[in-house]
Design a binder for this molecule. Structure first.
Ligand SMILES: [Fe+2]
Length: 384
């Protein structure tokens, strides 16, 4: 027996003794290091929340809560494999569905959790106000509520409005960085003119008299623009793993959608069989249209319109649209915690082929700087 043999009685006594001084010997961390050999164990499991169930439960919640549910009629999707820590669909991302009843105003507040809304049932008259800017909530529009921006939702119509609500809840709570503040009134003041909007300032034509704001932009990405862009790509298959996957870029910097989360739209052509891969990031996907299949580890789910699915971090997974007879592309909106990991130098994927590692076409000779590439985390034995 050596002096550091963990089975030694003297060491066990010492370990117990220093606990009373709130210390621990690093020699006891061996199990943590062993568990991390080969990378992290995925936190949580793959899971699908079918639209039919989610929508029905949302209607029940609305009825059960009654008027008391104003601004809070939201169901968060819980990953069945995450039993400790903040509630969430993955360990960093909490997705769910929220309903705003006819003629409802969801009271104004702000928090350090960054949030986004992908409208499922919307219309051109419903809107969310973000830092004074009204953003239309039409069907499949994406609206950003960056960290600590005031937001309230308005539904002046007779129809219900439903959206996919996504926050970096697990990340922010895990770092113990939650700040919350109610505005104190149902609605915040709105800019008197659309000319004040950051969306307009971030467009192709920008005011020459001011420097554009780069962060905390209240931005709406209309679905109509997404459809036009997807159409412009024509038959492009895109990436062998993710298909025709496009990032919702920060319109000023071209960087991530939000500092902690990136949003993608993916289009998988009929017959597309994505290759299996895994990333240190986790994600939540929402089926906009079409049908297909998601595989996470040994589990497989058939997915269709309105279904939401979770892919935990570092879990092998693949997406496919195997039914080429249907001739309908599978369109998915998804949210990834890649920017948070990239900021810490922790983003890595297997096979080693960082996202955006491919050069854009037809610009020979211009060095390509991959957006996500993390040279600090090469696979064992890889030289580059
Ligand atoms: Fe909020």
């Amino acid at each position: 027996m050596t002096e550091t043999d963990p089975s030694g009685d003297a060491l066990k006594e010492f370990d117990a003794a220093i606990r009373t001084d709130h210390m621990v010997g690093q020699w006891t961390f061996e199990p943590i290091l062993e568990a991390a050999t080969g990378g992290p164990t995925p936190r949580g499991t793959g899971h699908v929340w079918p639209w039919k169930t989610a929508r029905a439960r949302l209607a029940e919640a609305s009825k059960t809560l009654g008027p008391a549910g104003v601004g809070r009629c939201n169901l968060t999707f819980l990953n069945p494999g995450i039993t400790q820590g903040p509630p969430g669909s993955t360990h960093t991302i909490a997705a769910g569905v929220q309903i705003m009843r006819a003629h409802e105003v969801c009271w104004s507040h702000r928090h350090t959790m960054s949030a986004l809304r992908f409208v499922i049932e919307g219309n051109a008259e419903a809107f969310t106000v973000v830092d004074g800017e009204p953003l239309t909530m039409d069907r499949f529009d994406l609206l950003l509520t960056p960290r600590f921006s005031w937001h309230d939702h308005h539904n002046p119509t007779d129809e219900e409005v439903v959206w996919l609500d996504v926050l970096d809840l697990g990340l922010t709570l895990g770092l113990n960085q939650a700040f919350y503040e109610p505005f104190g009134e149902a609605s915040q003041p709105q800019h008197p003119s659309a000319a004040e909007s950051q969306g307009l300032r971030a467009a192709s034509l920008r005011p020459v008299w001011e420097r554009p704001r780069q962060e905390r932009l209240p931005i709406r990405y209309p679905w109509a623009d997404v459809v036009k862009t997807l159409a412009a790509y024509g038959d492009t298959v895109g990436d062998p793993y993710d298909g025709l996957a496009l990032r919702y870029a920060n319109p000023v910097t071209g960087g991530p959608t939000l500092p902690t989360m990136d949003c993608w739209v993916q289009q998988l052509a009929p017959g597309f069989e994505g290759l299996s891969h895994r990333r240190t990031s986790s994600s939540v996907g929402f089926v906009v249209s079409g049908h297909g299949r998601v595989e996470v580890g040994d589990d497989t789910w058939e997915i269709g319109p309105g279904d939401t699915f979770a892919i935990p971090n570092y879990a092998w997974h693949r997406l496919s649209n195997p039914d080429d007879a249907a001739a309908e592309p599978l369109r998915i909106f998804s949210v990834h915690d890649i920017p948070a990991l990239t900021a810490f130098g922790l983003f890595y994927e297997e096979p080693v082929r960082a996202v955006a590692a491919h050069s854009a076409p037809a610009v020979p000779g211009i060095p390509h700087k991959p957006y996500y590439r993390n040279d600090a985390m090469l696979a064992q034995g890889e030289t580059r």
